[in-house]
Design a binder for this molecule. Structure first.
Ligand code: DX5
Ligand code: ZN
Length: 222
């Protein structure tokens, strides 16, 4: 199976979002990654529903919405109404994660759980069969363009083992510092979806870069 690619809108040109959405529409990207930040859970603020709704109308790719906010459970219906296909919430923000996942599913969206770099995959044991996606942060959430945290490679392997052991079908998605050097190693370790922001958007030919990421398969050893 080819790798799922989800370009992150955070690195787009916000004065010309239409151009960047058009690029994503014309590319082999599978999803579009949307980062919602509240300045509380993470030390940054990004964008909210006006942007989500506008992108939902213009973008032909399913919206992969990553909430870095406290109380994401308060915004489930609004997220579905904006047209999101996947809503991912941080484990660290959801004391009642099982209920939140159920509520996401009730709207028809797929559910993802996100782990910060310091949160071990072992906390997922009792939720791994209920989610479609696990999003591993390979940087501390809040900003694009940060350096990849190397320990993520072994974390992907541990998550792959947990998924196999529990009989889950969850997709392993990685977010932060994904570029040409880290992407093949992540795919070899067992990742099947990659978010990429600054790396894709700084390229002269982002469509070709998305293609190069997309064709990565586990056998493409470095
Ligand atoms: C960071 C966000 C990421 C960000 C990734 O908190 O969750 O989605 O856009 O950016 P890059 O790919 O530049 O590390
Ligand atoms: Zn993200």
């Amino acid at each position: 199976m080819e790798t799922i690619i989800s370009p992150s809108l955070l690195s787009a040109d916000f004065l010309h979002l239409d151009r960047d959405i058009e690029m994503i529409n014309n590319s082999e990207a599978d999803w579009i990654h949307m980062d919602i930040m509240d300045g509380v859970f993470v030390p940054n603020i990004s964008f909210g529903f006006p942007v989500l709704k506008a992108v939902g109308k213009a973008c032909k790719k399913p919206m992969d919405v990553h909430y870095m906010i406290v109380h994401p459970e308060n915004y489930i219906q609004q997220t579905a109404d904006a047209g999101a296909a996947l809503m991912s919430v941080h484990y660290e923000t959801c004391p009642h994660l099982h209920r939140t996942v159920q509520q996401i599913h009730q709207t028809g969206m797929k559910a993802g759980v996100v782990l910060n770099p310091s949160t071990p995959v072992s906390v997922l044991e009792d939720i791994i069969c209920d989610v479609e996606v696990v999003l591993l942060m390979s940087v501390n959430p809040g900003f694009g363009g940060q350096s990849f945290i190397e320990g993520t490679i072994n974390k992907v392997k541990r998550l792959r083992e947990l998924i196999a052991r529990e009989g889950s079908h969850a997709i392993i998605e990685i977010d932060g510092g994904v570029q040409d050097e880290t992407a093949p190693r992540l795919v070899n370790a067992g990742a099947n979806a990659l978010v990429s922001g600054s790396y894709v958007f700084k390229q002269k030919d982002p469509i070709a870069t998305i293609h190069d990421l997309k064709i990565l398969r586990p056998q493409n050893q470095l």
